[in-house]
Design a protein around this ligand. Structure first.
Ligand code: AMP
Length: 399
């Protein structure tokens, strides 16, 4: 694989896989362009070298063929405004004659956006013929779509087989994601604390199991903490619980003990009489919640305990909120933990925040620039920390 920053793109047509899967409203206006702006440094480097860019992306989950609602045409004007003086053209199909003609006529400094890859079922199937057709559109392949790196799709993985090692590389966004993730998983300075929250134990089981072999401390917050309390025979009232995972929770606690990993559960909770923004609330021990009440956030004692662990950490990985932070009454835990992570980072720790809801949380509390790295790939990041090899990374690295 080549190193993107050292590559000279002059007169080169770069076929770039991006993740432009942005949310659109009913008028097809982009409501959050983070995924587009995140890849701008990659595009600008290619263009300023004197190369041209052919962009491939998916948008939404179109079921059958092309549907206007999922057309990447809706993104052209905004992409044009983000790139300033650059000419941005659009091909109504990602393969076929129009795509071939427009890409071969592309001049240096110009951008061509191809129509939604997922209008072809071959994309998600990882079809080799489809991947080969796409590969013919550019001279080099740049993967800048970390968000889809866990998929072995035609454009994210299979396509890389049609480029020689010196003609494939990660874009700057992908490279930064891979470097941060590898640093945490393979070169974490100890103490290494993983903060895992969110609703379901079942979603996070694999990541916890993998981290048991790497972290010194694992903080478990959010709805999933109550399954761990109930597994130990405690009263959790009407809190979220996965009864079919009680044995797994016990296994994790036992394995942690055996490996010398400290598991931290919230000792107290903010409890509510209903799952609602206007619920009545009070504080109580997480292992003795009365029936009719549910834990919707970690409590003050838990915040203090978790803060202490976080502040003595040198490496921090955070995935999943500590409570129902979308509602004001239950945001304190997540906000305090975000502040503690920011403080630890200011003191020299390396912190990586990833996964949809924890990213939303650091953004909500304006702390995104106070942590070391905010990952853009929710599912991809989770799978990476579960210990899986991501096809999008492996395909580019492969000789
Ligand atoms: P996840 O996608 O698994 O990371 O879960 C994120 C969701 O978990 C957020 O929407 C939170 O509102 C929710 N959540 C966090 N804590 C709790 C809790 N104690 N009870 C119910 N839901 C929770």
């Amino acid at each position: 694989m080549s190193k993107f920053s050292a590559y000279n793109f002059k007169d080169i047509k770069a076929l770039v896989r991006v993740d432009f899967n942005v949310p659109l409203n009913d008028q097809f206006e982009i409501t959050d362009d983070t995924r587009m702006t995140a890849t701008l440094p990659t595009l600008k480097k290619i263009l300023s070298d004197g190369g041209s860019v052919i962009l491939m992306s998916h948008l939404g989950r179109p079921k059958e063929g092309s549907i206007d609602k999922y057309s990447l045409r809706h993104l052209v004007n905004h992409l044009q405004s983000l790139l300033g003086n650059t000419k941005v053209d659009f091909a109504n199909d990602c393969i076929g004659q129009e795509a071939i003609d427009k890409s071969s006529n592309l001049q240096s400094g110009e951008v061509l956006l191809l129509e939604n890859l997922r209008f072809y079922k071959e994309e998600e199937k990882g079809d080799r013929i489809f991947a080969e057709k796409l590969s013919k559109l550019g001279d080099v392949y740049v993967n800048d779509a970390f968000g889809t790196a866990h998929r072995a799709h035609a454009s994210t993985s299979i396509i890389a087989d049609y480029f020689s090692p010196d003609k494939k590389m990660f874009g700057l966004l992908m490279e930064a994601e891979v470097i941060s993730a590898e640093k945490v998983l393979h070169a974490a300075e100890k103490p290494f604390t993983a903060i895992i929250g969110g609703a379901k134990v079942s979603d996070k089981i694999l990541i916890i199991e993998n981290l048991l072999n790497r972290a010194t401390d694992i903080i478990i917050g959010g709805g999933m903490a109550y399954t761990f309390w109930k597994a130990q025979g405690k009263q959790i009232g009407n809190s979220l619980c996965e009864d079919d995972r009680l044995h797994l929770a016990l296994e994790i606690l036992a394995k942690a003990k055996q490996l010398g990993v400290n598991i931290h559960l919230p000792m107290d909770s903010t409890i509510a009489d209903k799952f609602a923004a206007d619920a009545q609330t009070t504080n109580c021990e997480s292992y003795g919640i009365p029936s009719g009440w549910m834990g919707l956030d970690i409590g003050k004692k838990a915040i203090a305990d978790f803060r202490e662990v976080i502040l003595k950490s040198k490496t921090i990985l955070w995935n999943g909120p500590m409570g129902v932070f979308e509602m004001e009454k239950f945001q304190e835990g997540t906000k305090s933990i975000a502040l503690a992570v920011a403080e630890a980072t200011a003191n020299g720790a390396f912190s990586l925040v990833g996964g949809g809801d924890s990213v939303a949380a650091v953004n909500k509390f304006h702390l995104a620039d106070k942590v070391s790295y905010v990952s853009t790939g929710g599912g991809a990041m989770l799978e990476y920390f579960e210990g899986k090899e991501l096809p999008g990374i492996a395909a580019v690295k492969k000789g």
